[in-house]
Design a protein around this ligand. Structure first.
Ligand SMILES: Cc1ncc(COP(=O)(O)O)c(CN[C@@H](CCCC(=O)O)C(=O)O)c1O
Length: 397
């Protein structure tokens, strides 16, 4: 058969499109016996399987002609209205997206040209870096800490750069676990409003707080002072099911209109049956579901931290998350998380090396551990295996 050199056939932009490290690692973790701290895959025991089976059957039986037909790009009306009421906006400010991941891609498509400056934290969510990178932007980064972005560094950067938008994860940042305090959120907004900049606030983990209550989002704070420049993203992935691929963007109607037009060219609309199912599943017992989810992840985080405290050799630093799904770890300088990964997978334990979370490079000695998927025994055993792999690496160093 004649062969084609596809790389010569792809467009220029294709060279900027790279694989997702998390997605590639997940293939490795399918091997039986592997304990995976890699993907932020929600605890399967929390999926509403029976209820979803019942509701999906009802939907198809009673509203099959809607569920199986093309639907509006903006989203299934009742779900769009429910999200609007939940967030406290009007339906025309809401766009239902096929996962937040699609919203990130649409934002890149709408806001970024080749060479456009876009500002994010180092480290930041690699799925966003992957989505934006396809549009050829110039990444500007500021260090991410346990209290969010370094505001001094941000102020200095904004003095000389005008990013098309700032991409931030103020609550339980992926991967650093950072939680921006209220005063920092307000100070950041002051800087943004002074220059009329756009913020993309990715609030995927908004409900996964371990404390008494949720901090106000940048979106809510901006709305209080009448600033329309915050585009708010959140998702049903962490609170219902990631497999249904239902999320939403909330923004000024003009931004929603443009994002909707971009979505028309991408997938026409998010699957209607999935949207109808999500809408049904949030009708009863939603607050109780959220409380159960918080308690589950709080317990998992506690189990992982206890095991790390017992097993990790000195010199290894890690965060103590107040929410979300991740512990962020720093190995002693000079140690490679990639090298540790090779030792770890040989011990049947997996995690995500930190490098791909740094849009500007660096982070070779960092790694992200997700406690979301495994049960307590798996977490304890996985940390034991990780410690064994680390001791082997230290012996080689
Ligand atoms: C900050 C942030 N923004 C968006 C997403 C994607 O959420 P959706 O499921 O697309 O709604 C995520 C989900 N990230 C997980 C899941 C990725 C799962 C995968 O690639 O298989 C992770 O970092 O492991 C996220 O953390």
């Amino acid at each position: 058969m004649k062969t084609l050199d596809w790389n010569t056939l792809f467009g220029k932009g294709a060279g900027r499109i790279q694989a997702s490290t998390i997605r590639e690692l997940l293939k490795l973790t399918q091997r039986p016996g592997v304990i995976s701290f890699a993907g932020g895959l929600p605890a399967p025991e929390l999926f509403p399987k029976e209820e979803a089976a019942r509701k999906a059957a009802e939907i198809l039986k009673e509203k099959g002609e809607v569920a199986l037909q093309y639907g509006p790009t903006e989203g299934y009306g009742p779900l769009r209205t429910w999200v609007a009421e939940w967030i406290g906006v009007k339906p025309e400010e809401v766009l239902i997206t096929t996962g937040s991941q699609q919203a990130l891609d649409l934002l890149g498509k709408v806001f970024l040209d080749e060479g456009s400056p876009v500002l994010l934290e180092a480290p930041s969510y690699m799925g966003a870096i992957q989505a934006f990178r396809a549009y050829g932007p110039r990444f500007l980064t500021v260090p991410a800490g346990e209290e969010g972005p370094d505001l001094e560094a941000l102020e200095a950067t904004l003095k000389r750069e005008r990013p098309r938008f700032l991409y931030l994860i103020p609550s339980f940042q992926n991967p650093s676990g950072g939680l921006m305090p209220l005063r920092a959120r307000k100070r950041l907004l002051e800087m943004v409003m002074a220059q009329g900049l756009v913020v993309v606030e990715d609030d995927a983990y908004r409900e996964l707080y371990f404390g008494e209550s949720r901090l106000p989002s940048l979106f809510e704070l901006a709305r209080e002072v009448g600033y329309p420049g915050v585009i708010y993203l959140s998702s049903f992935s962490k609170i219902l099911s990631p497999g249904l691929r239902v999320a939403f963007a909330v923004a000024h109607p003009e931004a929603i209109t443009k994002l909707t037009q971009a979505k028309q060219g991408s997938d026409l609309h998010t699957p209607v049956l999935n949207q109808m199912l999500v809408h049904e599943l949030v009708q009863e017992g939603f607050p109780e579901r959220l409380s159960k989810i918080r308690a589950t992840y709080r317990a998992k985080a506690g189990t992982m931290l206890e095991a790390l405290d017992q097993e990790m050799p000195k010199g290894v630093r890690y965060t103590r998350p107040q929410g979300g799904m991740f512990v962020w770890m720093e190995l002693p300088q000079g140690l490679s998380a990639e090298a540790l990964f090779r030792q770890a997978i040989a011990q049947d334990v997996a995690f995500v090396p930190g490098g791909p979370f740094f849009a500007g490079g660096g982070g070779e000695n960092t790694l992200r551990l997700s406690y979301a998927t495994m049960g307590p025994e798996g977490i304890v055993e996985g940390v034991r295996r990780l410690a064994k792999a680390l001791k082997r690496l230290l012996a080689l160093a």
